[in-house]
Design a protein around this ligand. Sequence first.
Ligand SMILES: *Cc1c(COP(=O)(O)O)cnc(C)c1O
Length: 362
Amino acid sequence: MGGSEQKFVKEAFDTNWVAPLGPNVNGFESDIESYLGEDVYAAALSSGTAALHLGLKLLGVTVGDEVLCQSMTFAASANPIVYLGAKPIFIDSERNTWNLCPDQLEIAIKDRIAKGKKPKAIIAVHLYGMPYNVEAIHKIASEYKIPILEDSAEALGSSYQGINCGTFGDIAILSFNGNKIITTSGGGALVSKKQDYKNKAIFLATQARDNAPHYEHSEIGYNYRMSNITAGIGRGQMEVLDAHIANRRSNYEFYKKNLEDSSEIKFLEEPSGYHSNRWLTCIETSSYKLREGIRLSLAEENIESRPLWKPMHQQAVFADCDAYLNGISDDLFDRGLCLPSGSNLEEDDLYRIVSVIKNVLR
Ligand SMILES: *Cc1c(COP(=O)(O)O)cnc(C)c1O
C-alpha cells in the first residue's frame, strides 16, 4: 500500500457509499482511462477473470465456438472460454517474448478454417509484463478478421512502441488481484476504445437490468461490478503504480547484474520497442535439474520461488483440447523460474537471494 488508499476508503465510509457503485468506482475508472491514454474506456469489475468472461461474451463467443488462447498463461485466461460453453484451442509461445507465436497462430487459424470452423476470438497475453508481438499478432488477426481479447492482467504499465498495454485489443482486461503490480485486494477492469463495450459490460455486470421502474430483465446478467470500497484502494494504488514499476524493474536489473556472468542462467530481454513492467523477474536455467536445485536451495532459506506457468495444453482439465505446439512453452516450463519480485524487496533481501543462487551455481 502507498498511503492514500485509506483516505479514499474512509471517504466511502464517511459518505456511506458502501455499494458496488459510487464516486471511487467512477474515479478509479477515470484514473485508469487517463493512465492508459489512447482514448480508452474502462469498466471496473470484481476480477480480471470476470472481465475476461464479459469480454468474450461481448465479442459474441457462445456455445460451440472455438477460441484461440495462448497456452503459456495462468488458467484464468482460458477458464472463461469454458464458462461460455466454447472450446479453447491452445497456441504455443515464441522464444523472445514467451508469448503467442505468430507462426503457430497463423497455422492454427488456417487449420481451424480448413476443418470448417473459424475461431471466434484470440486471447493474447502479455506474460510477466512482457508485451506480446503486437504488430505481428494484430496483423494476422485483422487479416482473418478475428477479434483479439488482450489479457493485460500482468502488464499494467508495460508498453509496445510507446503505446500502453491494455489498449491494443478489441477488448483488453486488467487485474488488481492481491499478487498483481497494483491491487484492490481483488478486482479487475474491462478496457476498450468502444464506449459501447464499457456500457454493455457495466450493464451485464450489474444483473442486466433493463430501463424500467420495476426489475425487468431481457438478458442473463452477472454480479461482477467493483465495490466502491475496493475502488478506493485502487485510487490510492494508482498514485504508486509508477513507483512499483520502478521497483520491479530495479529488481530485474539487480538480478541481472549479479547473475548474468553465469552461462547457466538467461534473462528475458526486452526486444527493441518493448517496455516491460517486470511484474516478475523470471530466469531460464540451463536444465530442469539446475532449476530445481535453485528452487529447493531457496526454499531451504525460507525464500519462495516458483516454476513458470504450466502451459494449459499440459493441464489435466484441458486434456481434450487441441493445441498447436512448437515445444517452446514445454521447454520454458521445464527450465524457467520466477524469482522473488515484490515491489517492497530491500537490497539486503536481494543480496541474500542472489548469494543462495550463486552458491548453487558454484
Ligand atoms: C491474474 C491473472 C488473471 C485473472 O485475474 P483475477 O483478477 O485474478 O481474476 C488473468 N490472466 C492472467 C494472465 C493473470 O495473471
